[in-house]
Write a protein that binds this ligand. Structure first.
Ligand code: ADP
Ligand code: MG
Length: 355
């Protein structure tokens, strides 16, 4: 009954600006050890039909940011500040009921492990269909037809037969396709993909990323692609935001950030990414040191204890003053090095190492 392709909205922008607009987002958890500042003043924008890649080491706040957008944090233990506007509607401060209504219909998520999202006890078709019925009130038959249509769309062979399979009868790659089918069944405008291919082998990973790109072109979906892998960003994203300790340290178009990265942390990530350049089986070289405590952040730049270049900044700004990301759009970085200094270090010291 429903078709996959949606009529294009008259305008992708609301009066307030972008399709998704996150402003000064803060997410804090109260724990026994103190307050964890998992996201600490994050701003970004996303337009329909485009992909924002969010990259950073484990613990940098990528998932927490996106769970906040989806409204999936436990309100009893979480403080959320700032603003998240989706299509002009403020999401911060909405009730669980209201957000639940938006989830699935306007925004959906695909997880790293499909088995956390798919129940082992129901057929794939039933699970896709139930999501559809919940949001549209479609009949059982319509929901089943829709499930078959979605399985076709995500490239499951013999969809009319496989619709009655249980998740364990699908391979890992097919389960991931089924989860994509489930997340897209109500035509959400925003899709959040949290490490969607980390658990898959390289070939299947490429297929899934290509599938998401094709679906985006067809449906005009806005996608947030969360990953610790800059290779995934290079393959899928238009814009990229590099996160460190709950903040954005660099953002720009993928071209800008991968061609002329400016932040020492981004340089570290690039050096640790064998999948971007060089052979795939090369061992990872992680960024030296460990991420800071989010309860007691270092003063100044949160990256300064791990930074190889802080003594190239005159004065002691790196240890005393928090560098800010320029609020305007465009390629920006939160670093006390001058733009000329960043360029010089990148060209003369970092780029030759990357090969
Ligand atoms: P990642 O970038 O790997 O996705 P997360 O967003 O999951 O990182 O986590 C960011 C930080 O927030 C981590 O230090 C994590 O331990 C912390 N954190 C996440 N959820 C909670 C919670 N419910 N209570 C306390 N700390 C949390
Ligand atoms: Mg995560």
């Amino acid at each position: 009954m429903s078709t996959l392709a949606k009529p294009q909205a008259a305008t992708d922008r609301t009066e307030d600006g972008s399709f998704l607009s996150v402003r000064d987002l803060e997410v804090r958890f109260r724990t026994e050890d103190g307050i964890v500042k998992a996201v600490d003043g994050l701003s970004f924008e996303l337009e329909k039909g485009t992909t924002l890649g969010i990259v950073g080491e484990s613990g940098s706040g990528k998932s927490v940011t996106n769970l906040a957008i989806l409204g999936l944090h436990n309100p009893a233990a979480t403080e959320i500040g700032g603003s998240i506007r989706l299509d002009g509607e403020e999401l911060v401060g909405r009730t669980n009921r209201e957000l639940e209504h938006l989830r699935g219909r306007k925004m959906a998520m695909i997880f790293q492990d499909p088995l956390t999202a798919l129940s082992p006890y129901y057929t794939i078709g039933r699970q896709i269909g139930e999501t559809y019925r919940k949001h549209t009130g479609a009949s059982k038959q319509e929901a089943r037809d829709r499930a078959v249509e979605m399985l076709t769309r995500v490239g499951i062979p013999q969809p009319a037969l496989r619709v009655d399979d249980y998740p364990h009868q699908f391979s890992g790659g097919m389960r991931q396709r089924a989860m994509i089918a489930m997340s897209l069944v109500c035509d959400p405008d925003l899709l959040i993909a949290d490490e969607p291919t980390t658990a898959l082998d390289v070939t299947v990973q490429a297929q899934i990323l290509d599938l998401l790109k094709d679906l985006q072109q067809e449906l005009g979906t806005a996608i947030i692609m969360i990953t610790h892998d800059l290779g995934v960003i290079a393959r899928t994203a238009h814009d990229v935001m590099v996160m460190y300790a709950g903040r954005a340290v660099e953002r720009g178009t993928v071209r800008e950030v991968l061609k002329a990265p400016r932040h020492p942390y981004t340089w570290g990530l690039l050096s640790s990414m064998p999948s971007l350049r060089g052979p795939l089986d090369q061992p990872l070289r992680p960024v030296r040191g460990t991420p800071p405590s989010l309860i007691n952040l270092p003063t100044g730049c949160p990256f300064n204890p791990r930074c190889d270049f802080r003594d190239q900044v005159t004065g002691n700004g790196c240890t005393t003053e928090r560098p800010l990301l320029a609020p305007a759009a465009g390629h920006a970085t939160a670093c006390h090095l001058t733009a000329a200094g960043q360029q010089d270090i990148y060209i003369n010291q970092i780029q030759p190492r990357l090969g």
